[in-house]
Write a protein that binds this ligand. Sequence first.
Ligand SMILES: [Zn+2]
Length: 185
Amino acid sequence: MDNAINLSFEEKWEKIITCDQTYDGLFYTAVKTTKIYCRPSCKSRKPKKMNVEFYEDIQKVEAAGYRACKRCQPEIEHSPHTQLIKNVTTFIMNEYKQRVTLQDMAEHVGLSPFHLERLFKQETAETPRTYLEKIRIDKAAHLLKHTDFTNLEICYEAGFQSPSNFYKVFRRLKNCSPTEYRNLS
Ligand SMILES: [Zn+2]
């Protein structure tokens, strides 16, 4: 499976189980038994894991013979800015391990930082910065559950520059410390 956005099959599966809207537009869930494809956030009953394949490109999922889900309507772009937002979120998904500034994101899509921030907030109700933090914390949460890396290793692996910032942001988004999160069953 294509890993262009830095998410493994297992991580994509986790996103669809929680109906996480953060990843809408970045990949599609295709169900082999029904030949229907969905957004990650679709609230329809979840397919069996063995019946799922993921696509990152809507042309490819349609070319493979899948039809759009009537409930989440993955083929419909809800705004003229959908593609631009997707370019920003894809950039963030691919660069989260590095230091990424608003300026970097703005340059990537050819907007001023001010304009990008305003547009991104209008479209997603988040700022590019909080989106980046969410991606990093999701990555950290995945590593906490699926690897033996130490908290410090995970901090840097997820793109945080300092442990204190990592712990602060982690607690804000997950309401517990990384160690507590790891020990949750
Ligand atoms: Zn759907």
